[in-house]
Design a protein around this ligand. Structure first.
Ligand SMILES: Cc1cc2nc3c(=O)[nH]c(=O)nc-3n(C[C@H](O)[C@H](O)[C@H](O)COP(=O)(O)OP(=O)(O)OC[C@H]3O[C@@H](n4cnc5c(N)ncnc54)[C@H](O)[C@@H]3O)c2cc1C
Length: 547
């Protein structure tokens, strides 16, 4: 147990967001204390070590842009980097910028309580640490609270079980085993082909088929890497100015304004790009018009039929219950083709739900499937989940859990009224999971750093979003979402994968450039929509020697 002490800021989490927060806040001369539940840096890439785990935004875009030197010295080996390579990159960044020095690992923040008189957060951990801080930065991630399956008999199963988001570091050898995989979101779609190549048999339990497109992954050739590096700065600027933080052409036409042949040609070209955003942005109305969307959905279904030999299996793999792109689409390597293997069986648990796990396997309403090991690819309690893990108490003893009981409420996805000086990096109400998250993270952390610098310069002790600004923002987030097809899908964006979770569309869909401009305008207008309270005690002058 360490002595209670005071720092300028606590940073919770040491993934991409937490590490960048350390870097930026240290530049301001702040004293910092970081906490991270994992044993080392990396966040998502420390936890998700399942076979086949990779990014689905291209590696050369899915990395920090804050340091041109870093950008030049690091070279990715593949178009879509594997988890080990991304983790290696994060470690390189942590070493290069000495980012571990203020972080205590294997330590989970369990509580944060605001003291209005002292204008400080009191933060407690599961290791008995207690620290006070002017600012609390929640860099806890959008996809860090693994969603455990809620299936009867889970302790009855006699074989090993693995959650993709909590994968053993030593890896798992499935050779000769019959493996059950429950879940066909991104993690399932990435891992199933790899597991199927090793295991004796794989039974996939699918509730909702997802739209997936081929990643067309390949080693990066040195010429294209050199060409990108030669104009990386320009490219980064273009990324920041793009709706999803990746540079994608944005066509002007509707899918319904052209004939079927023209559409087929455009979709075929988009399919071949091997990118997440290629298909969804093939026409300008795929995410807002159901008829237009149906054309893209049907195109993907036709490709599934082309690949999967058994028409019944192809039909079971074909999404029909949600519009294309309204659940996070996936990029895969040989996913659909995997169902042509003799050792892979697909079970549709929407029509025959899982009843329980037995000692020997998985029992559905109609059959029992004997398996030796089970993989839960059941995803995450997304976005709000990690923020509602610790007991966070704001002004007047209000808890964040109570405040968000009907769904998260934030101003700009970065602050929540009644919780002064608490910043949420890529929180609900920000573009976050709808965009290249590295761009979103850097934008947020830069904004927070600039805000803290402003507060210190002006002698402000507490900044708190007003309820009115928050209400307007929540209304705007919903208004924009409701212009699209997104809220029609039972997705994790809506909290639909967690029983009892309020159905609220959590990310801001207005696009990064628009969102960044709103954030910049708020800052330029002396933090419009926030209440600024003078410091109750003079702030020590920022000093580089305090770093
Ligand atoms: C398998 C997978 C693939 C992905 N691929 C992409 C991709 O290609 N492109 C993309 O843009 N995004 C992708 N994402 C999203 C990914 O989460 C983000 O890109 C990014 O890594 C998030 O960084 P972060 O620092 O915000 O959060 P995280 O990386 O989730 O880090 C948060 C950290 O906070 C810690 N933490 C949480 N609560 C506490 C607490 N109370 N106390 C202490 N520590 C705590 C967690 O242990 C975790 O390490 C992917 C996600 C997954 C799961």
């Amino acid at each position: 147990m360490t002595e209670p002490r005071d720092v300028d800021a606590v940073v919770v989490g040491a993934g991409f967001a937490g590490l960048y927060a350390h870097h930026r806040l240290r530049q301001l001369g702040l004293t910092l204390q970081g906490y991270e539940a994992a044993a080392d840096v990396g966040g998502t890439w420390w936890w998700n070590r399942y076979p086949g785990a990779r990014c689905d935004v291209e590696s050369m875009d899915y990395c920090y842009s804050f340091s041109p030197d870093l950008e030049q010295e690091w070279t990715w080996s593949e178009r879509y980097a594997t988890q080990p390579e991304i983790l290696q990159y994060v470690n390189h960044v942590a070493d290069r910028f000495d980012l571990r020095r203020d972080i205590q690992f294997e330590t989970r923040v369990t509580a944060a309580a605001w003291d209005d008189a002292a204008q400080r957060w009191h933060i407690a951990t599961d290791r008995g640490d207690s620290v006070t801080a002017r600012f609390c930065i929640m860099a806890t991630g959008c996809l860090s609270a693994a969603k455990q399956p809620e299936i009867d008999g889970i302790d009855t199963f006699r074989g090993p079980t693995f959650h993709t988001g909590r994968w053993p570091h030593e890896g798992v050898d499935f050779s000769g085993l019959r493996v059950g995989v429950i879940g066909t979101g991104s993690s399932g779609i990435q891992s199933i082909p790899v597991i199927a190549r090793q295991a004796a048999h794989v039974t996939v339990f699918q509730r909702t088929p997802n739209f997936s497109m081929p990643a067309k992954n390949a080693p990066l050739d040195p010429e294209s890497v050199a060409a990108r590096k030669a104009r990386y700065r320009e490219h980064r600027q273009a990324m920041r100015e793009s709706r999803a933080g990746v540079v994608v052409p944005m066509p002007e036409e509707s899918a319904l304004s052209v004939d079927a042949d023209a559409r087929e040609t455009r979709f075929a070209a988009a399919w071949e790009t091997g990118t997440l955003y290629g298909m969804v942005s093939a026409y300008n109305d795929l995410l807002i018009d159901r008829d237009a969307n149906d054309t893209a959905a049907e195109y993907v279904r036709s490709r599934i039929r082309d690949i999967v030999a058994d028409p019944e299996v192809a039909e079971r793999l074909s999404p029909r219950n949600h519009p294309f792109g309204t659940k996070r689409p996936c990029l895969d390597t040989e996913y659909y083709a995997t169902y042509n293997r003799d050792n892979v069986t697909l079970v549709d648990v929407r029509s025959t739900p899982i009843v329980e796990l037995t000692a020997a396997g998985v029992r559905t309403t109609t059959d029992e499937y004997a398996v030796d090991a089970i993989v839960f690819a059941t995803g995450f309690d997304a976005m709000s989940g990690p923020l509602l893990g610790p007991d966070i108490t704001g002004v007047g003893g209000t808890t964040l859990r109570d405040k968000w009981a009907a769904g998260p409420r934030t101003y700009l996805g970065i602050a929540t009224a009644g919780f002064p000086n608490l910043f949420t990096v890529t929180g609900p109400g920000s573009p976050s999971v709808l965009v290249n998250m590295l761009v979103a993270i850097e934008q947020h952390v830069d904004w927070v750093a600039a805000c803290i610098a402003f507060l210190r310069e002006r002698g402000v002790g507490a900044i708190d979003a007003t309820v009115e600004a928050e209400d307007r923002w929540v209304h705007h987030v919903n208004e924009v979402a409701n212009l699209t097809l997104f809220p029609t899908a039972n997705s994790w964006y809506m909290g639909a994968n967690v029983p009892g979770k309020p159905r609220v569309f959590m990310p801001y869909i207005g696009g990064l450039p628009r969102y960044s401009k709103i954030c910049d305008d708020v800052a330029a207008d002396d933090y419009r929509g926030f209440t600024l309270t003078p410091a109750s005690a003079p702030e020590p002058a920022p000093s580089a020697s305090r770093t």
